[in-house]
Design a protein around this ligand. Sequence first.
Ligand code: MN3
Length: 378
Amino acid sequence: MKEIAVLGSTGSIGTQTLDIVRRHSDKVKVKALASSKFSDILKNQIEEFKPKYVYVHHYETIPKDLIKHYNIIFLTGEEGLLHITDLFVDLYVVGISGIAGILPTYYILEHKKNLATANKEAIICLGEILKKHYKKIIPIDSEHSAIFQSLKGEDTKNIKKIILTASGGPFLNLPAEKFKDVTVEQALNHPKWKMGKKISIDSATLMNKGLEIIEAHYLFNVPYSKIDVLIHPQSIVHGMVEYIDGTVISNISNPDMRIPITYAISYPDRWEIDINPIDFGHIKTIEFLEPDYGKFPLLKLAKEIGEKGGAYPVVLTVADELAVNKFLSKKISFDKIPVLIQKVIEKVDFSTPKKLEDIIYIIEKTQEIFKQVEKEVL
Ligand code: MN3
């Protein structure tokens, strides 16, 4: 029996993880759950999965009578976070969205635990200081799960190229002139994947793929010159590794996050999951196209930022999250997202982070700079 801790349990990745636990309750059980705040979803998860530990970041959201009602150790704050990330479990599953995942990820890796994570922001921001621990990570991000599986048993020195595919998002065929009129609802309506809000907007700007380039660089320790992106609107080929002998190994499946999540939990085994198989006899087209870097400037920017390295990937990640939130709260138009991010990057000059405190400092300073830039641009 595997025991897991699910951090970010009420989000898109967290709830799908628990679906898999429900289906495979003979093989896996939940020892701990963590969520930003208490909610009905968390309450139901507690009652169904009966974890021993529950971490709630905003502790005040837990109804007082409930704390006594359950036979659970409730944790919160810095001390609680240190505790929840240092349990005897077989695997941590992190589905926290955005930069909120940085601290939990840091502690899980520092505590030398096995980690399955969908939180690319933490991988990117902690990249420079935690590289040495990344071998213990099983990626949940579908493209990186695909690369991870295509690299199995291979020596990374034989990689010629890693190719990450992108669906192209909801605006693949929309002219750039129309980007200023795009609504939040249109941007959230991803053609292939059901995901959380932040990643859906990132997919619409293609920043998501840009962040994934940096994520792949850190996870697989491959130089940026060997990481390529191709638009693949059918979203069935999730990633490819080309080797020096001309062989390409790829990972193909219907686009459903339950597949990479299940693999991350079952690894190195595979577990059954009821999902529509690909009907190869009826696939009419499989296309691969070069991305339009002019129309989606954030993809190009992310690759440049990755190559610059140092503090820049942290700044990019933070500026993007702030800009996406502004768009989601309808304070800026869609076409302003790259403008804000670019301006923030032009204003910063940090030295390379060497420890967690440096990263926190860069995050806080970037938040301040973002506020100034926002005033200038709007
Ligand atoms: Mn992805």
